[in-house]
Design a binder for this molecule. Structure first.
Ligand code: F6P
Length: 345
């Protein structure tokens, strides 16, 4: 059997570990041949292939990113896209596809599986917001990077008696903020699932200074203030000068730092971790999870178990229907958030 492999969506540490496991086991155990598709769904859409064998997979286990490249191309948004994919798979002699991706990439895989394409999915995202699996690889690495940043920011915040606002990724789900905030001993964590109260946050900042601790506030990029207080609860707007005369631009981290300065008169700085969280070598946990997903995915191909997604449940890797695995976003529950509040006094 000839199997195509692609990685779609935002890259994530551990993608190469999946590719390596798929190819190594596929060749050794099942006698498969592989073809790499470049840049997510763009690859099969344009018939853009690359050689993918044992040799191409040497030394890639600890490497971040993806040797196949990635994109956010969605063939269902392109006229005739699905037909082009089917034609290219046929002309490339590809019998089955392993799609490694997040919500969007696996959403495409789900629809293609419904149309009869032989596809299995492997979930990835640093955001850990796919409902079908306990964890996605990439998340642990991102949390470790954010935790190390928070550790470092504690000392500089203390030295200068400043507020440090750390913006982490997470448009819809606050998993990175919550886990890194707990692990790094942040004084407050703000997540998209729970609009925050800017007044209460500023009171918290003042209390922290009274007890001689500089506040470290971790905020997800998708966190929003409650709408009850003024214009979205924030008086500062992007581009306005803050209490120290600095012009503030940018996302929620920067806006929040301005707003805190404005309201409390305490100096604040924002650090936006951005794509640093997605780059570089995966942690041991992410390599372990990615490898196990890859091994199971190639077995699913051998079994002809089309339309399935690999999932971690407890310590076991199981297969779930793709549609179920990507059905909804896994969000931080009020209980999980409340648990963390104990430390954020
Ligand atoms: O990988 C998911 C994610 O990291 C989100 O948390 C973030 O909002 C987004 O990707 C950023 O994507 P891009 O690389 O397109 O800027």
């Amino acid at each position: 059997m000839r199997v195509g492999v692609l990685t779609g969506g935002g890259d994530c540490p551990g993608l190469n570990a999946v590719i390596r496991a798929v190819v190594r086991k596929g060749v050794a155990t099942h006698g498969f041949e592989f073809v790499g598709y470049r840049d997510g769904w763009k690859g099969p859409l344009e018939g853009d292939t690359m050689q993918l064998g044992i040799q191409e997979c040497r030394g890639i286990l600890p490497r971040g990113g993806t040797i196949l490249g990635s994109s956010r191309t969605n063939p269902f948004k392109i006229d005739g896209g699905v037909e082009r994919i089917k034609d290219n798979l046929a002309s490339n002699g590809v019998d089955a596809l392993i799609a490694i991706g997040g919500e969007d990439t696996l959403g495409v895989a789900t629809k293609l599986a419904d149309l009869g394409v032989h596809v299995v999915g492997v979930p990835k995202t640093i955001d850990n917001d796919l409902s079908g699996t306990d964890f996605t690889f990439g998340f642990d690495t991102a949390v470790n990077i954010a935790t190390e940043a928070i550790d470092r920011l504690h000392t500089t915040a203390e030295s200068h008696h400043r507020v440090l606002v750390v913006e982490v990724m997470g448009r819809h789900a606050g998993w990175i903020a919550l886990h890194a905030g707990i692990a790094g001993g942040a004084s407050a964590v703000l997540i998209p699932e729970q609009p925050f109260d800017i007044e209460a946050l500023c009171e918290h900042v003042e209390t922290r200074f009274k007890t001689k601790y500089a506040p470290i506030i971790v905020v997800s990029e998708g966190a929003v203030p409650q709408e009850s207080d003024g214009e979205h609860g924030m008086t500062m707007v992007s581009g306005e000068k803050d209490a120290f005369g600095h012009v503030r631009l940018g996302g929620i981290g920067d806006r929040l730092a301005s707003e805190i300065e404005h309201r409390t008169g305490k100096e604040a700085r924002a650090v936006v971790l951005g794509h640093v969280q997605r780059g570089g070598t995966p942690t041991a946990f992410d390599r372990w999870l990615a490898t196990r997903f890859g091994l199971q995915a190639v077995d699913a191909v051998a079994d002809g178990d089309w339309g399935t997604m690999m999932a971690l449940r407890g310590t076991k890797i199981i297969r779930v229907p793709l549609a179920e695995g990507t059905a909804e976003l896994k969000l931080v529950s009020p209980e999980e958030y409340a648990e963390a509040q104990v430390f954020f006094g």
